[in-house]
Design a protein around this ligand. Sequence first.
Ligand SMILES: [Zn+2]
Length: 145
Amino acid sequence: MLIDVKNLAIKGEWEHLELKIYDRLPVHVRSPSAVACRFQIQQVDKYYLLTLHAKSTLTVICQRCLQEFAYQYTNVTQVALASSDEMADKLMEKYECIVTLNDQLDLQELVTDELHLYVEEFHREIKDCDNEVAQYITDASTISQ
Ligand SMILES: [Zn+2]
């Protein structure tokens, strides 16, 4: 899903699109995953600044008890889009950076990378895990003490 950075910066409006991601998802996230994106690109000096809101209800397979659960994912990021490595080096102090080729950005790639960084692998609390597994974990930790 390539987006045209330059044209979108000229428009300067908030864009909406829904990505359906099949590949390269984290192993604990069910495929396909639909992620709603709202984003805006602004030109700042010689680079572009992308503000991206991503939102989805993901199906996550808990890596502790292997039960699936609905995970409400929301994430907001701001990324600088640089046209060269040199420029990216300069911007790194202030922003997370991506070097773009011909002012094109693969939005799906970026959103997928963020899922790897931010989606939790487990039920938030052990007590939310499958009962039998939770019991087993509790027992095991009692024995090891
Ligand atoms: Zn669990």
